[in-house]
Design a protein around this ligand. Structure first.
Ligand SMILES: [Zn+2]
Ligand SMILES: [Zn+2]
Length: 304
């Protein structure tokens, strides 16, 4: 503990900040690379769903290019008002026939699922309308890619039925509907990568926590205060303890010579004897630096 208190904090904090910065950049880069296809899918999805809503008719070639670029788009359809399929980006045979025959199936625990009696092998499950949707289902490799990963999730696959997460939007001008069927695939080793990054974040957080407590301990020792007490306070309350410590130091005075902390009423340092404040020429009592008169005897003080 004594050795730790002599730690060069400027150096330690610099090293800590550099290490945290480097680790942060490395983690972000690694995760960005690992999840690159998901991120690109999410960004493209956001773009196409935004611009498409405003256009009429739907830009089929944009939808086709989007579906072509991302293997996780299993199918992209455009439906007319009478539910006829007027455009099909991937002819993978997922949705058969020329008419949209999917209807809301029996609701299971909250969220609707669409089924087509003529296609018992597949079902469609709505996704929420936000950017994170294509990013879901990336982690859980054990469950397979049809099981979405969240608490509200009801995607428990019936045996022999493939469930596609879907998303759709209307085009206001002509009443057409764009429907995307996703086939999310888990990112290999995603869970491991996330665990490593989480562990690194935890480690840096613990280091930060320990550094704050150590600094308070060392600084209190140096200031001839109870180092252990202040250090323990900071260890349990961290930033709150640090603030209390700094306020405590702020309302007291610090000896310019030995850095000991003591009450403002002290004229001399109780640790090294250095003269800390002004004394009254009349009574010898302590007077504040900017006082015009002595608080005890009323003698006028010279301007210094
Ligand atoms: Zn002193
Ligand atoms: Zn006086």
């Amino acid at each position: 503990m004594k050795k730790l208190a002599k730690l060069n904090f400027k150096k330690a904090i610099t090293i800590y900040l550099i290490a945290a910065f480097v680790c942060g950049i490395a983690s972000a880069t690694a995760l960005g690379y690992l999840f690159r296809s998901k991120i690109s899918l999410a960004l493209d999805y956001e773009k196409i769903s935004e611009t498409d809503r405003r256009k009429a008719p739907a830009a089929y070639e944009d939808i086709a290019a989007f579906a072509e670029k991302h293997p996780e788009i299993a199918e992209a359809l455009v439906l007319s008002v009478d539910r006829t399929i007027v455009f099909r980006a991937k002819d993978g045979g997922i949705v058969k026939g020329n008419v949209w025959a999917f209807e809301k199936a029996e609701e299971k625990r909250g969220r609707g699922r669409l089924t087509d009696p003529s296609q018992p092998g597949i079902a469609l499950q709505w996704l929420d309308d936000d950017l994170t949707d294509p990013l879901r289902a990336v982690i859980d490799e054990r469950e397979g890619h049809n099981r979405l990963d969240s608490e509200k999730d009801v995607l428990l696959e019936p045996i022999n039925q493939k469930v596609y997460p879907i998303q759709s939007w209307h085009i206001r001008q002509n009443g057409e509907t764009v429907v995307l069927l996703f086939d999310f695939r888990p990112v290999p080793r995603a869970a491991l990568a996330l665990r490593i990054v989480a562990a690194a974040v935890m480690l840096f957080f613990m280091l930060y926590w320990a550094l704050v407590a150590l600094w308070v301990y060392a600084d209190a020792q140096k200031s001839k205060l109870r180092g252990e007490t202040w250090g323990l306070l900071a260890l349990f309350t961290n930033i709150a303890g640090l603030l209390v410590y700094l306020i405590y130091k702020g309302i007291n005075q610090v000896c310019y010579q030995c850095r000991a902390v003591m009450g403002r009423e002290n004229t001399y340092c109780t640790n090294c004897g250095a003269k800390l404040g002004e004394t009254c020429a009349g009574c010898g009592g302590a007077v504040g630096k900017h006082s015009g008169f002595c608080g005890r005897c009323g003698q006028a003080q010279e301007e210094k």
